[in-house]
Design a protein around this ligand. Structure first.
Ligand code: NAD
Length: 353
């Protein structure tokens, strides 16, 4: 399996260094034959090539079996005509990575303010309110007058159907419960269609229990009792916001693994951003990116029916749990190790296990 590794901005190089170490160890232990090829995107690519991403990079990613994308300083990239393209949107759109799967679970040794839970947010990734990807060319935010802006939201039957199917398929491997999150009381047509399609797709999965919540109330429900949820399907922006909340509820944003998957390609990418406030300090939690890498291996294992990849994925998740149990973690989840030291601890435990 060939994986393109892009460290990214801010804390990206630190957390990707640990993730690369984890992948190399998993490859040796499970005989995966991983080929990890380092590339650049974001600020370093802008400096070198005049663009945050390039068409040559896209071709390399398409020729590989997976991509690990580090966090990007998206907010810095304002003007596509100056090469400031959001790399996340670039790969999600160009590779049609329509399903963003973001699991969150509590760990007994990580302090939280909620009961133990284990859920997954399934977020539509290619349309919705995301102005940089919901139309064929250009952006869908319009400056009507200097004081008036219109931002368009796109909801299509095809995208609703495929994200609903992804959610029900995932629910079948979990606790067989899908919660549809929407704003159909206000976005009556778009989210009305989203609910109808999710429920229609759900008819093909009679074992799966279905309910739905309005997104604002959902914020209260998920804080009050996250343990009542299993698989949550929602549109792009609601899923982005909700999954940061569920990751933080599990103990830290630094615990949120995330996979962007389509029919042909997949990209592991931490749920969090480039965290400039802690970049270069060796304190970032690498687990979000490490767990995203485990998800990428699992995706490849399922796609190619090569069980050693799914085994490696489970072993990485188990080892993360072990480190958390033994307190060998970064300070955001109660430890006192630096990012690099967590990587070294991982390797020590992984080689023993
Ligand atoms: P952020 O997610 O980078 O950080 C939010 C908070 O969580 C910060 O306090 C940060 O220190 C903390 N945090 C994040 N990751 C952590 C980790 N691994 N370990 C410990 N603490 C962690 O959000 P932001 O600061 O609003 O955004 C910074 C930049 O990242 C912006 O340019 C934004 O657009 C971009 N962003 C990119 C992605 C992505 O690449 N997928 C996602 C979200 C934000």
């Amino acid at each position: 399996m060939k994986i393109i590794i892009i460290p990214g901005d801010g804390i990206g190089p630190e957390t990707m260094a640990v993730t690369t170490q984890v992948l190399e160890n998993a490859s040796a232990k499970f005989n995966l034959g991983l080929k990890l090829e380092q590339e650049i995107a974001g600020h370093s690519s802008l400096e070198k090539y005049g663009s945050t991403v390039t068409s040559i990079l896209l071709e390399k990613v398409k020729a590989a079996n997976g991509l690990m994308l580090g966090p990007m300083a998206t907010y810095d990239f304002k003007d596509e005509s100056k090469g400031e393209i959001n790399p996340s949107k670039f790969f999600r759109k160009e590779l049609d990575l329509f399903a963003n799967i973001r699991p969150s679970r509590t760990y007994p040794k990580v302090p939280t303010c909620v009961k133990p839970f284990d859920l997954a947010v399934v977020r539509e990734n290619t349309e919705g309110f995301y102005a940089d990807r919901n139309i064929e060319s250009g952006g869908s935010e319009m400056l009507i007058t200097p004081d008036v802006v219109i931002s368009l939201r796109r909801i299509t039957r095809q995208c609703c159907e495929r994200i609903a199917k992804a959610a029900f398929e995932l629910a079948m491997t979990r606790k067989k419960h899908v919660t549809i999150v929407h704003k159909a009381n206000v976005l009556k047509i778009g989210d009305g269609m989203f609910i109808d399609i999710c429920k229609a797709i759900g008819q093909n999965y009679p074992q799966v229990q279905i309910d739905d919540f309005i997104v604002d109330a959902m914020m209260a429900h998920v804080v009050r009792a996250p343990e009542r949820f299993d698989t949550i399907v929602t549109t792009n922006m609601f899923g982005d916001i909700l999954s940061d909340l569920t990751a933080e509820l599990s103990g830290s944003l630094g615990l949120g693994g995330s996979l962007n998957a389509g029919e042909q390609y997949a990209m592991g990418q931490a749920a969090h951003g480039s965290a400039p406030d802690i970049a270069g300090k060796d304190i970032a939690n690498p687990f979000s990116l490490v767990l995203s890498a485990a998800m990428l291996l699992n995706w490849h294992g399922q796609k190619t029916t090569q069980v050693q990849f799914t085994d490696a994925s489970k072993a990485i998740e188990k080892c993360v749990g072990l480190l958390i149990d033994s307190g060998e973690v970064t300070r955001d989840i109660g430890g006192n190790l630096g990012t690099k030291a967590v990587g070294d601890s991982f390797v020590r435990h992984f080689s023993k296990g």
